[in-house]
Design a protein around this ligand. Sequence first.
Ligand code: R5P
Length: 292
Amino acid sequence: MADQSGNKDAKSFATDIPVATDGYFLKGSCHYDWGMQDRLSRIFRPDTGKTVMLAFDHGYIMGPTSGLERMDLQVVPLAEHCDVLMCTRGALRTCIPPTFNKPVCLRVSAGATILRELSDELVGVAIDDAIRCNASAMAVQVYVGAEYEHKSIGNLCKVADTGMRHGIPTLGVTAVGKEMARDSRYLGLATRLLGELGAQFVKTYYCEPGFDKVAAGCPVPIVIAGGKKLPEIEALTMAYKAIDQGASGVDMGRNIFQADNPIAMLKAVMSIVHEGAKAEEALDMYNTLKNE
Ligand code: R5P
């Protein structure tokens, strides 16, 4: 209990050492409140400033995607090897034991399928349920230039407002419609727009040439999606180039869970993102682990 008398004099004020006011480690994130920064520090590793997110939210538009037919059998063994789980609330509650203590980036946009117009989404998860899922971030798909561009931008703005109220970051996902070129001009426009509209971080695709300009022109960290399954060396090269040109991580799905050995692939990607391994070194690691 606090005493009024007989206490040692307080003297460790270090008056010659100013309080550190250095910025927060993550690009564009130094003016947020404590809870927001705490959650961002769960997504992006403070020691490297980067992240490897495992995306397995494909089922919400694609149904039982190859490699995700049985998430309880195929995703659970991967969970401990990534930094962040990115998924729907259905996948989380039905397949992922709440014992991994991994941050969750919860898919909160919904309402479209591969059978209809993909850009016609809405916000499909209430904030109280995102909080019940202990979401460290909420992901919203935005279709810049597509039929429902206006609506999907509205979804992002609503989620970013709600996220700000509760200290939960919003991941703006640049969804590229079939008719759009994945070039630096388009991705530069889309990523910049999402950062300016309030997303705390943005997911996009790697492109060349010009990904360095996409990353530099976006005021918040960028993570790249993997896209369709590629040969391992190509996926690892893409991850390496993206990080080398300014990405703060990856949010990969099919190139991980559709690999011959998904755990080895995840470890190989981790070595690129967090340890600066080159693509060939990561491929060696992949082959070694795969053959063990
Ligand atoms: C798409 O429906 C999701 O947003 C995926 O999370 C995203 O496309 C990343 O997965 P992949 O690396 O398979 O493209």
